[in-house]
Write a protein that binds this ligand. Structure first.
Ligand code: TYD
Length: 207
């Protein structure tokens, strides 16, 4: 099989983790052996950066520092993991990629989009996914879901208030409009099975 790069995007709470698990099982049953990885993290340095970004001890990172750290983790992941795997002809599935930074750091935090795009161009060497699945969720549904998941999710929910997630979602939808061939939007409020079915529909087309 030729090297193929897929990414999965969406607001926290959109069900990405569940869909990634279902996808892993499906690939295994089909006899494919894709490499699954996630952002931030996926390398030793990347995991350290992930801890810095998601640990509540370090709240108060300014948006530009946050954006550079996500890009740093991504640069390491692309160089150490994604590019070598693609060069060996593997299928690579990444949970979040550059679109997350455009949506969260540019649209969510309000950094200039051109800046976020440029640091990510440097970080990835311009690597683009062949297909991106965007699990689209309305921010109020997101709150409901996370509240149902208990304390840890609720902590993260409390950490961001106001229109942050509305802006992040708008960012994702703007990216989808600009990249109709690459980004496929799936409404995440549907049942898990239906979302999975639609994910497979898009993926099987490019395998
Ligand atoms: P994670 O625990 O992986 O959340 P999820 O399971 O929802 O993917 O945490 C990732 C968090 O980091 C999530 O809130 C989105 C955010 N993020 C950015 O803000 N920018 C980025 O470039 C990436 C990759 C993630």
């Amino acid at each position: 099989m030729k090297g193929l790069f897929l990414t999965i995007e969406g607001l926290d709470g959109a069900g990405k983790t569940t869909q990634v698990k279902l996808l892993q099982e499906w690939f295994r049953k089909q006899g494919y052996d894709p490499l699954f990885t996630r952002e931030p993290g996926g390398t030793r340095a990347g995991d350290a950066i992930r801890n810095l970004l998601l640990n509540r001890e370090y709240t108060g990172l300014v948006p530009v520092a946050e954006a550079l750290l996500y890009a740093a983790s991504r640069a390491q992941l692309v160089a150490e993991v994604i590019r070598p795997a693609l060069a060996r002809g593997r299928l690579v599935v990444c949970d979040r990629f550059v679109d997350s930074s455009i949506a969260y750091q540019a649209y969510g935090r309000g950094l200039p989009r051109a800046f976020v795009e440029e640091i990510n161009r440097q970080a990835t060497g311009g690597l683009k996914p062949r297909l991106t699945i965007l699990l689209d969720l309305e921010p109020d549904l997101r709150e409901e879901r996370l509240r149902g998941q208990g304390r840890q999710a609720w902590d993260r929910l409390e950490a961001e208030t106001g229109d942050f997630y509305t802006r992040v979602r708008e960012g994702y939808l703007a990216l989808a409009r600009e990249n109709r061939d690459r980004i496929k939007v799936i409404p995440a409020r549907q049942s898990i099975e239906e979302v999975h079915r639609q994910v497979l529909e898009h993926i099987t087309k490019i395998l």
